[in-house]
Design a protein around this ligand. Sequence first.
Ligand code: PLP
Length: 454
Amino acid sequence: MDVETTTSAAAARPTAPRITTELPGPRAREIIARDDAVVSPSLTRAYPLVAESADGWWVTDVDGNVFLDCAAGIAVASTGHAHPAVVAAIQQQAARLIHIAATDFFEPRYVEFTERLAAIAPFEGQARVFLTNSGTEAVEGAIKLARYHTHRPGIIAFEGAFHGRTLGALSLTNSKVKQRAGFGPLLPMVHHAPFPRVRAWREHSGGDGTAELEVLRRSILGRLIAPADVAAIVVEPVQGEGGYFPAPAPFLQGLREICDEHGILLIADEIQSGMGRTGRWWAIEHAGVEPDIVTTAKGIASGMPIGAFIARDAVWTWPPGAHGSTFAGNPVCAAAGLATLRLIDDGLMANASAMGERLRAALDRELADAHWVRDVRGMGLMVGVEFETHEEANAVERHAFELGLLVLECGESTLRFCPPLVIDAEGIDVAARIFGEAVRAARSPEAGVAEVGG
Ligand code: PLP
């Protein structure tokens, strides 16, 4: 395990949440009211957390309440909040050089970071990298590269997918209609194929994706769009926003076969599932499948805004000027990214595997009598607990918050755990215990949700 998480700062960390005010507290209410007056109404805050500071997997709000963080800023704070090595890298780089514009000039951190990303690319052979400012820009760039390289317009994505909110990425996003409503027309020749939503626990739905591959082959590539018009198939190896559904290995292998058969590029969107979260650098590695392009962001720099798309050398057929960005690959973000990759390599992937297993086992135990819970599933520290309804998931999420645990909803009725990869066994056990309490509280008669089923 990484030694720097066990220094004096870590020793002073809390071992349990501490809620000392009503929620939201007085200071939080004031900030929320001001936010309400000026911020875009498109943001959807799940519950009224007003963060002031954070350390490791603990977040303190503006009223001094302390929460156990299993949301990690949507799977971003991979090395934990304020990891000393990341903070030092940011501070040193900020004092040295904040910005130069890698589109126009060379810079050592930019090269070193892209070298490291190329070295961990999930495919054999040489890789090249384009750095971005966000996940959606990584997807946007990957779409452009795939179209440019293949001279084909079409893209296949999947039902339930989330790939971002800029217009190209949004055309692939298919998880909630409100994310698309009012923004059309979107990219033409994009088709969504069914994604295997395989449950692991109560409703062993079985399935290895064969039926979904058949629909893709017959109904989509057989009737809707000619394979020769398809530039890329874009898939999340673990569907994130869509509900934390790991794609079965045979499904990903089948996609690779279809791509090979028709000269289509396989793009793995690992923006949520990558960077060690599932116990390997990339979730697609578990299936033994090599994509042609991989997109990454979120956990890549512990919270600094940077992403990337990484592709096989042969795919980069575009010329100078075809793509660029003023801020992307900013030296401070790249320095944070380098520190993050070192920490992930240095024990955090193994910790994600071990803690993910511990979390699933602890949740299985905690929820053994909660028959209204449909499923506990996931890979590494990407774990989803599915309920029967959105209302139920929402109520549990709110109760968890009031008990001092941060989790986030995804899909129609799933709560996701995506804690910092540094979390320890004690943190996992406390999280599972509080979650169990929240589930029971949400189902108590006082909570107004009657118990059903047996
Ligand atoms: N792709 C996946 C799989 C994601 O989970 C997300 C964000 O949740 C994105 C793309 C978009 O990333 P960003 O919000 O950084 O634009």
